[in-house]
Write a protein that binds this ligand. Structure first.
Ligand SMILES: [Zn+2]
Length: 425
């Protein structure tokens, strides 16, 4: 089964474009390493990160902070379910298939990290950036006061991050190049029941076709509330992929900043709080269909049933989440911030402002643990799909409800803390 759209009833019916995992391994003169793994997957389940991490720490002595796993968030990749919560509502057959696939994926990623670390030679690294305009904010204030406060609908006036950061790594023997590029746009511009990398997959393959001896890797941005418009067909997805590849080529022609060492990597966790969970009485009302915190009574009812089941099993509902934050300093030229979850654009816009003076700033989302939308304080105040309704869907973990508005300060605070710890001396 393909992951992402709950409405699908049939397994994948063929392939639009192949899916890839790719790795870029870097090591500075002092021996500090960084492996960036990009994947055409819906997300990185926490258990996948944990298992791959444990194995690469053991096999390759790669510190956890040196491993970055990113998901393009294509909705045309395989279903990944690894926790009891995620598995329990599946049929026996589907459970077996996804479990077997996740095991193979884990092995493949560990081998990929090992191969990339083994294949090293002196390289030059440069950074530049350009812009692409097809991502649009997808939250529109609902003119109907009776409906949800915000609709999932194009909003040409909402916040966006059109930056296309590009890291070029070139080496001589054999002459090759890696192009790592980012963009903040949901990778869901086509609807097919086939394997497909969506616009990010097209962008990578165009760059690899048009530039000899090149590996192109897509690092997802803070695209939680950004969609590519127009959208809906394979042709539109290909067109957005071409647009993004063209922006990457523009960046390659722009003035390059030579990136030097040392590499300074950091990985930390910050506790995020949820808003108080509904009471048992509230949950029973939700289940009975006589109350709902928002307009979708059916979704509220399914979620309430899950939470009540947890209570009946004697579990307490989750109050906090241990959220991973990763930072990388490339000398004094570039800072890469890798946030977990479906990070919304406010994080990259804010961090780019606050981190001025640290060289170029690249903020990425969908890293290491993609378990929920990560709303900002603003989105939590506004309501709608990302901060509120999406929390009622099953991911790896059962969420009791929306996050507390302190989420934004906690995450941003952790980023600053890690960057202080790794500040150049
Ligand atoms: Zn999403």
């Amino acid at each position: 089964m393909l992951a992402g759209f709950g409405s699908r009833k049939q397994p994948a019916e063929g392939t639009t474009t192949e899916l890839h995992a790719k790795a870029l391994a870097l090591q500075d003169a002092g021996g500090t390493r960084l492996v960036i793994v990009t994947t055409d997957l819906i997300g990185i389940p926490r258990p996948l990160r944990d298992r791959v991490e444990a194995r690469v720490v053991k096999q390759f002595k790669l510190p956890a902070a040196s491993l970055l796993l990113n998901a393009s968030h294509t909705h045309c990749g395989p279903e990944l379910r690894m926790t009891t919560t995620a598995l329990e509502e599946l049929s026996e057959e589907r459970r077996q298939l996804t479990t077997e696939y996740c095991r193979r994926l884990e092995d493949a990623l560990v081998a990929l990290v090992g191969d990339s670390l083994a294949d090293r030679s002196p390289a030059r690294i440069s950074y530049s950036h350009a812009r692409a305009g097809f991502a649009m904010n997808r939250r529109l204030k609902n003119p109907d006061p009776e409906g949800e406060p915000y609709l999932n609908h194009p909003n040409p006036d909402g916040p966006v991050d059109h930056d296309v950061p590009v890291l070029q790594v070139t080496w001589k023997s054999p002459a090759r190049r890696a192009i790592l590029f980012g963009y903040a746009c949901h990778n869901t511009t086509l609807f097919v029941n086939q394997y497909a990398g969506d616009y990010a997959g097209y962008a990578q393959s165009f760059l690899e076709q048009d530039h000899k001896e090149t590996t192109a890797l897509f690092l997802n941005g803070c695209s939680g509330d950004q969609n590519g418009f127009p959208r809906g067909t394979v042709e539109l997805s290909r067109r957005h992929g071409r647009t993004l590849a063209t922006a990457v080529e523009a960046a390659m022609q722009n003035r390059q900043v030579e990136v030097h060492g040392p590499l300074r990597v950091a990985l930390g966790h910050v506790q995020l709080d949820y808003q108080p969970a509904p009471t048992r009485k509230q949950l029973e009302d939700y289940l009975a269909g006589v109350a709902s915190p928002f307009k979708d009574y059916e979704l509220t009812r399914t979620h309430a049933a899950r939470l009540l089941r947890q209570i009946q099993k004697g579990h307490t509902l989750r109050r906090t989440y241990d959220f991973p934050v990763q930072t990388v300093r490339f000398g004094r030229q570039l800072v890469l911030v890798a946030l977990a979850g479906e990070t919304v654009v406010d994080y990259s816009l804010r961090l780019k402002k606050e981190l001025r003076g640290n060289g170029a700033v690249w903020v990425s989302g969908y890293n290491n643990d993609v378990f929920a939308y990560i709303p900002s304080r603003r989105l939590l105040a506004e309501g709608g799909y990302e901060p509120r309704r999406s929390m009622n869907y099953v991911t790896g973990t059962i969420q009791p409800g929306p996050f507390d508005p302190s989420i934004e300060e906690r995450i941003i605070g952790k980023v600053h803390e890690l960057l202080r710890l790794t500040a150049p001396r």
